[in-house]
Design a binder for this molecule. Sequence first.
Ligand SMILES: C[S@@+](CC[C@H](N)C(=O)[O-])C[C@H]1O[C@@H](n2cnc3c(N)ncnc32)[C@H](O)[C@@H]1O
Length: 484
Amino acid sequence: MSCPKSITRASAKPPQGTCYRVLMWEESALSPETLRGWEQQRRELLGRMRDAGSKGARGLLSRLEKELNGLTVSMLEAPLAQAPRAAFSFARAEALGEALQAHDAVLAYRLGAATAEVLMQMVGEESVADMLERWQAATPGIVWCRQPYVQAMSAAEGAQWQAACRGEEEEADTPEYTPENFHHITVLLKEAVEALQPAEGKVMVDATLGGGGHTEQLLQAGAEVWGIDQDPAARAAAKARLTQYGDRLHVVAGNFRNAVEMLQQRGVEQVDGLLADIGISSPQVDCAERGFSFLHEGPLDMRMNPSSPRSAADIVNTAPESELADILWQYGEERASRAIARRIVQERAKAPITTTTQLADIIAGVLPRKGKQHPATRSFQALRIAVNDELGALEALLESGLSLLKSGGRFAVITFHSLEDRAVKRYFEHVCKPEIDRPEWPAPRPNPAYAARLVYRKPLSPSEAELAANPRSRSAKLRVIEKL
Ligand SMILES: C[S@@+](CC[C@H](N)C(=O)[O-])C[C@H]1O[C@@H](n2cnc3c(N)ncnc32)[C@H](O)[C@@H]1O
């Protein structure tokens, strides 16, 4: 399938001009040439500021850098015991955000690898990327990134960039997707919408907006909808499809793992329904340039959010052999995980593995084809899950989703493979149990997590008619709970 050209690079690089960026990067990953390059670009940036009429540019830049350094130092020095870890991180990130927004000018700020690691441990995150993602959600006006260069933006471009980060306006470089070329058939549409009971006056969250198939039905029933997606292509297609609903639809750019924070920042505390239709959309798989499919030659990418830091090629070419094997085993249940990981490491020593078909051929060289399934199917699924941390995001949504719901509000999740469904089933059953019993206890005890009831005892699956019309729906399962 042909796909819009700008798709994978949609937000990878900001335009040129005067800048609003916070730069964070790992210094240890940078060569002296890169550092020299950074200084060079910093000087160019100052030059551009001066040309743009910003008087005292150098002083302003160093004052801003000093302020931010001060804030980060206080972040490191403040005794940890004084505040809960996550709150501590957010308060500081917000303070940084305020300091930035107070100056509608240039900012370039460095955080070294060691500092980033320390911060990450202090706030209990598993990776620097996760930490940045949470900070991004806490401070949507700022772009946090780890790129070893300073890019400049004009004030107008900066404002557009910030608005796009807040999900309020068109992306700076909106992909060319429209409802006509974004072909995704919505799965379990009737079932999910019926379960959520949308109506006029109700507020719903669609945490996986995609092409807007479920959201359209919620809007048609009169509800107001907050639609979240991390993929700019999906947001563009959904916006174009749903313009007629005006301000009853709010499109939010971001990862649903941060849904609660993202909505709170927009003044939304409690809603009547929350839907997550987990996984990828058809255009993501079908577009060769996105790099999800071994059937189409394309860059080995697989990022749903094209500006997230780690692509499939990064993992395949840099992860240690044991990590590769673990990914293939845990997320793909691939029995030949070790042999495939070993072969990948041998091949990448000869030349980097950069395309989908290159990787598919390497895997096919280890595993002979049996039956209909391509030997790379499980490995590609595993890499996709790892690249997008799909299970981590789902766990975070499950843990926080109920807190978004009003009493009587419904939480519906559609999954497409057993790893996801297992996580949803376990969590839903856990919060629906009034009591917990253990063999070592004399009697059952109240369950402190008890907060909901199962709407359906068994998951709903697609009907025969849906399966015939859309074979991609075959593994879908819908589970629904209602908050007490
Ligand atoms: C199966 S599609 C949703 C389709 C949609 N329900 C429809 O009917 O058009 C899943 C969408 O969720 C998005 N997505 C997946 N994981 C996400 C996450 N952690 N945060 C935000 N969006 C995510 C993907 O980019 C994709 O567009």
